[in-house]
Design a protein around this ligand. Structure first.
Ligand code: AMP
Length: 227
């Protein structure tokens, strides 16, 4: 039986920098970055009925149904247990996105005997989010993110990190962006109180340089992770 894990969530609207920050701080904290959006993008790269089903939600900017999302997350956690029995915990990015998922997560953690120690909330105004999302570019191969104007790859269309193709995400269209931000306000933002009431929520100002945000997250988490 593996030892008890300590997990952290990162919550914020699309474009608030969750993926960027999670990728930067997770290794510094000894946590594994687990993003449900990345799990779905990997799944969609395969063929078959499941990939088609996920694509039908993803490309509209709609949420994938909860039961499927929870199954995909659980299978990733089980894979980590098998491949890396000593890992400390995960930094969950993009999950939970609604109350049903938050309750499913509580049940999973209870069953595993794991603990959630903090929920990082990235706070960014809506106009900044839209500006960031409409110029966002991602590497199709390694998931690194760029921005057409604020942070372009050194060679256009080619990832600095792995040389893979840098493209616009299929759900970063104006319609899908508006829909995803609305879903966040309606379904995900109410979770902030859910975690605040339990003393887990930590607000971090996300509208400032990337390394300043990372430093603030690391400083806030250090006492909770005993780092
Ligand atoms: P993200 O990369 O986190 O912006 O997620 C991209 C898309 O993946 C979302 O718009 C949804 O279609 C799907 N997705 C990611 N995480 C979840 C989740 N927790 N629940 C349902 N759908 C999700």
């Amino acid at each position: 039986m593996a030892s008890k894990r300590t997990h952290v969530l990162i919550i914020g609207p699309q474009g608030s920098g969750k993926g960027t920050q999670a990728a930067l701080v997770a290794p510094r904290l000894g946590l594994v970055h687990v993003a449900t959006g990345d799990l779905f993008r990997a799944l969609m790269a395969s063929e078959g009925a499941l990939a088609r089903e996920v694509r039908s939600y993803y490309e509209r900017g709609a949420l994938v149904p909860d039961d499927l999302t929870v199954r995909v997350l659980l299978s990733r956690l089980e894979e980590l247990d098998r491949c890396d029995p000593d890992y400390r915990g995960v930094l969950l990015d993009g999950f939970p996105r609604n109350r049903a998922q938050a309750e499913a997560l509580d049940a999973v953690l209870r069953e595993r005997g794991d603990e959630l120690v903090a929920a990082i909330h990235l706070v960014v105004p809506r106009d900044v989010l839209i500006e960031r999302l409409s110029g966002r570019l991602v590497c199709q191969q390694c998931g690194a993110t760029y921005h057409r104007t604020f942070n372009p790859p050194r060679q256009p269309g080619i990832c600095d990190r792995c040389g893979g193709p840098v493209i616009q995400r299929s759900d970063d269209t104006p319609e899908a962006i508006a829909r995803r931000l609305d879903i966040y306000e309606e379904q995900t933002a109410p979770l902030l109180d859910y975690y605040r009431q339990r003393g887990l929520l930590i607000d971090i100002v996300g509208d400032r340089p990337i390394d300043e945000v990372s430093r603030a997250i690391l400083a806030a988490l250090a006492p909770r992770l005993g780092a």
